[in-house]
Write a protein that binds this ligand. Sequence first.
Ligand code: SF4
Length: 419
Amino acid sequence: MDLQQKLAVLADAAKYDASCASNSGVQRTSRNSNGVGSVTGAGICHSFTPDGRCVSLLKILLTNYCIYDCLYCVNRVSSDVQRARFTPDEVVQLTLDFYWRNYIEGLFLSSGVIRNPDYTMEQVVAVARKLRVEHEFRGYIHLKTIPEASQALIDEAGRYADRISINIELPTRADLAQLAPEKNAERIQQAMGAIRERIDASAEERKDGAGGTGFAAAGQTTQMIVGATDAPDHTILQQATTLYSNYKLRRVYYSAFSPIPSASSKLPLLAPPLVREHRLYQADWLMRFYGFQAHEITSQAAPNLDLRIDPKLAWALRNRHAFPVDVNKAPRALLLRVPGLGVRNVDRIIQARRWSSVRLADLIRLRVPIKKALPFIEAADHHPGRELDSDRLAARLKPPPEQMDLFSAPEASVLDGQL
Ligand code: SF4
């Protein structure tokens, strides 16, 4: 199998990892035409750095062979997909070739487990070491690490990588035992804890002026598969809360389970609706930037997110007693609870009201979605009156039903967190 064929197989296999958006678009080429440009299956995806920059990454697996048999995974040992394997040198060469041609700014590298976790991790680390030490590569590197690998190897990975991640895989231990019995939830969390300690220690050293590139300066992330088991959104958001607070993760990525060929009977026949993944991302933004707790967004009694409206609007409709909120007087924390007022606009409103009373025209100028916010706010020239108590309010604010498809763009709020 030549390098191009390996690239096709191993870039395609990496698309199931949600840690950066994969190039799942239609393939096009301008070859033999008068046009320019092409979209190929070369595994280039986009990801966001901690300072908000969008970077293009070569997103590939080192290999899609795997000795494990996680039932939800297309690369599991019992799957009959086409297999391929790069050598570390091939990955290094591909990364440098793509980099020199200005296609990418970095590498996202994951791998199935070959022989054993340490052997696999050695290969992954060898790629990063060669790039950083032999070629003095300064681009972005995100390494997916294997929790069962030795701490020394994970430490070395963290020294070369900007970001490292370990997949939590499924929302509960019981889910993991059912679908990925070779994986150990405790071991995964221990590895995350150790990474957190290294990241904290390295941040302290940098604060003390010790210098150096530090340990995974862009933090650690994880991915959770949604819809492969019957774990409700409440459980998923509780788990995310634990991960954020215990391990200081930068992001939890939610990946809607996609049915795979020759699937086990333990898996659902259908994928969950993609909108569920979107709603979880919106709920996640609410927990990280809007001061919401998981139990406010979902509860034991209503364990799943409303798929028709975003979770902030759903909360406001359930808690009408908390409104209207006066945009000229309310504290930041309350403004953040108003549907349609994103973090950016809340900060602009607070700035603006220092100088003069905020009126509806000011909100329109700030591009606040007025129809959504109006029933929940007071402004210098607006009071919602009895609108808040109307039985028809929820129906008026719900968008008309529409068919979602795999390739439609997600709601902007899923990407920028303005809810
Ligand atoms: S260890 Fe990773 S690659 Fe291997 S079967 Fe499980 S999820 Fe798939």
